[in-house]
Ligand binder design. Sequence first.
Ligand code: SF4
Length: 117
Amino acid sequence: MEIRRRYLAEGAQSKLRPDHKQAEQAAPEMPSVVERMKHAAGAGTRVVHALANGEEIVVEADEVERRRQICEVCEWWKAEAYLGAGGCAHADCGCTGLKAWLATERCPVGKWGGNEE
Ligand code: SF4
């Protein structure tokens, strides 16, 4: 009985802790599947367009690594997305880490891809 009472009391307290609430707020939601499909289709179109124009479609490995390092500390990065592979939760993105390889893609908030602020 004592264990049950303590369990219930601790459970209730953990729900009220400020750090618990902050953790919930800090975890961004991924865009809907429909939005992600639209963005993926747009990325595919840009790749096809680049191929048709003889442009590069992938970036060098050091640029991929630079982009990944930026994403991994970004407020929009959701490490648990895509079965733990991680993804961008920004409403204009929703990408996997594979986006970092594409020369045709940009960060939606200007952190990499030629639109750096
Ligand atoms: S693509 Fe841009 S917004 Fe998305 S996680 Fe990477 S740095 Fe952040």
